[in-house]
Design a binder for this molecule. Structure first.
Ligand SMILES: Cc1ncc(COP(=O)(O)O)c(C=O)c1O
Length: 348
């Protein structure tokens, strides 16, 4: 099981259920559990957990950043990054459907007094000119923009990949204006695998990044933030202030290290299954770039309920939209069965 392939026995307790609600639902594989059990640990608040230190070093190197910090969640990762780039009474520009705006309960405002201004996009794909037109230079009268946050891939957009060339153009323009760029890279691994882009190419364009180990990579917990050494030193204090200073957390970092070694390339299988599923339920293949299939113009509640009755679990993300995610615990047979059930319910 060390190659990251899931033993079907692993799914035995939920036999028959195909859970496509999220890629956060994966359970650690036997190989990952073994790595966790064997992890060397120490007190990470004292900087003495060798497995955490190794994970941070590895992720920093992958993205070409000076330093990295292990945090419990992607939400904490994003919020620490936003605070690194803006303070009370300052502004971040973000997509209107971004995770930081939709699912983080106003944390930037509630915790740090940061104002978030939003721009509406199509399927989460940012339009560089539109974003740049909204970046304001501040003065005694006008609120200036400190940073822009970009989500790659875009969750609610349907796993949309932001093209590298556009991130590069945005990053260049922002640097010229002294405005920072944050990338919420919860699923940056999916973007990299699907587009053949090296992780370092994304890393070099962002001032701060938050990348999740607990989504497609299949770790039970954990995200890593990336930035300059100076910013990561400040991030360590912010993490402590938020109650995120952790102790013998190498057992969790070991899951992340295992995921980096075994679960990145296999994301291509999730993408292939998502495209096959999309095809079966009548969604155009080109609308599926990674592991998320978005079904629009449906009775979301009715469809989710009828599918659940047949053991297929899907997420309602709006009254007329559902979302299906492929992941480590979904094999070909599961994806096919889900496709058959959903196609029948949708008369497709
Ligand atoms: C794009 C994106 N960013 C951040 C997060 C937050 O991650 P966590 O659930 O670990 O806080 C998620 C979670 O699904 C996400 O989809």
């Amino acid at each position: 099981m060390d190659n990251g392939v899931v033993d079907p026995a692993h799914l035995a307790d939920s036999a028959g259920v195909v859970d496509l609600r999220s890629d956060t639902l994966t359970r650690p594989t036997p190989g990952m559990r073994a790595a966790m059990a064997a992890a060397e640990v120490g007190d990470d608040v004292y900087l003495e957990d060798p497995t955490v230190n190794a994970l941070e070093g590895e992720v920093a190197a992958l993205f070409g950043h000076e330093a990295a910090l292990f945090v419990p969640t992607g939400t904490m990762g994003n919020q620490i990054c936003l605070r690194l780039l803006a303070g009370p009474g300052e502004e971040i520009l973000a997509d209107a459907d971004a995770h930081i705006v939709t699912y983080e309960h106003g944390a930037a405002a509630a915790l740090f007094g940061i104002q978030t201004r939003t721009v509406v996009s199509k399927r989460g794909l940012f339009d560089t000119d539109q974003l740049l037109a909204q970046v304001r230079e501040g003065d005694w009268h006008t609120m200036g923009t400190n940073a822009v946050a970009v989500e790659n891939t875009h969750n609610r957009g349907g796993g949309t990949i932001q093209p590298l060339i556009e991130i590069a153009r945005l990053s260049d323009e922002l640097r010229d204006r002294g405005v920072a760029l944050h990338i919420d890279g919860a699923r940056i691994w999916n973007a990299a695998v699907a587009s053949g882009t090296p992780l370092s190419a994304y890393g070099e364009l962002a001032d701060t990044m938050s990348v999740c180990l607990s989504k497609g990579l299949g770790a039970p917990i954990g995200s890593v933030i990336l930035a300059s050494a100076e910013r990561i030193a400040a991030a360590r204090i912010l993490r402590k202030r938020l109650g995120g200073g952790m102790r013998q957390v190498g057992v969790l970092a070991a899951a992340g290290r295992y995921a980096l070694a075994h679960h990145i390339d296999r994301l291509a299988d999730d993408h292939r299954r998502a495209r096959a599923l999309a095809d079966r339920v009548g969604v155009a293949e080109e609308e599926v770039q990674t592991n998320i299939v978005r079904l629009d113009s449906v009775d979301a509640a009715g469809l989710a309920k009828a599918a659940a009755e047949q053991g297929i679990l899907i997420s309602q993300v709006a009254a007329d939209r559902v979302r299906l995610l492929t992941h480590l615990d979904i094999d070909d047979a599961g994806a096919e069965r889900a496709g058959d059930v959903l196609a029948e319910l949708l008369n497709r």
